[in-house]
Design a protein around this ligand. Sequence first.
Ligand SMILES: Nc1ncnc2c1ncn2[C@@H]1O[C@H](COP(=O)(O)OP(=O)(O)O)[C@@H](O)[C@H]1O
Ligand SMILES: [Mg+2]
Length: 254
Amino acid sequence: MQQIVPGAVLLFSAPWPMTCYRIETMGKYVIIECKELTKAYPVEATMVHAVNTVNLPVNKGDFLVILGHSGSGKTTLLSLIGGLTSPDSGQVFIDGVENWRQSDQALSTMRNSKIGFIFQFASLIPTLSVMENILLPLSFCQNPAGSRVLALDILAQVGLADKANAFPSQLSGGQQRRVAIARSFINCPDIILADEPTGDLDEETEKDILALFRRYNEQGTTFVVVTHNSDLAATQKGARVFSMRQAVLTPQAG
Ligand SMILES: Nc1ncnc2c1ncn2[C@@H]1O[C@H](COP(=O)(O)OP(=O)(O)O)[C@@H](O)[C@H]1O
Ligand SMILES: [Mg+2]
């Protein structure tokens, strides 16, 4: 049975009504499923696996932390899940729909409406202001959930309320990363895919961002966070922790 429930409406401190709702099915369900997912790249005369036979069901509301050294396949796995890279074999299902079994348009609609990406490198558009960068994902949506008001609220939550009109070149690396984080939340996505999200943040800001993730997670947002920082897993209570080594994903004990 499906019902419409408030999503971010409970999350944001703003007193005005937010138009952000999610359709939820009673009880937990598998929101992401990877089956035998495999991707290899040519290196000299051979193919080297970036992701090798990954099987991974993720329930709605899970917080996954995937730990692994550089080159272990973390970024490739995230882009396969997010439908940015096509697998050589295997499948990814988002909400029961297979990523590469739908039209390009349906795939990009799914990405824009369901997934917030936090890329490893901030990837802001240099000619757009902070506010314009945050609002950018909405320009691809037919029914955007967010707005300028919501953007300001999220910006305040990442500690950059005073930077709405600044340009990326006027921000530090850590501030740019926080803008990219704010941008990933603008459309109240069901899933956040985060690639080394706290890579260039100082300790204090990292704590604030992880607390922000926790708040969204408590509201039902599903997180898949990849990092080489093993402390991150310890700070997220109830996280499902995996390690990625040479393209192979393994659950960590305990
Ligand atoms: N577009 C690509 N072309 C060729 N090789 C790639 C490409 N993307 C990733 N790789 C290779 O796949 C492996 C995994 O990379 P990546 O997923 O970026 O790992 P991580 O994010 O853990 O550092 C590495 O050996 C990398 O060189
Ligand atoms: Mg990477």
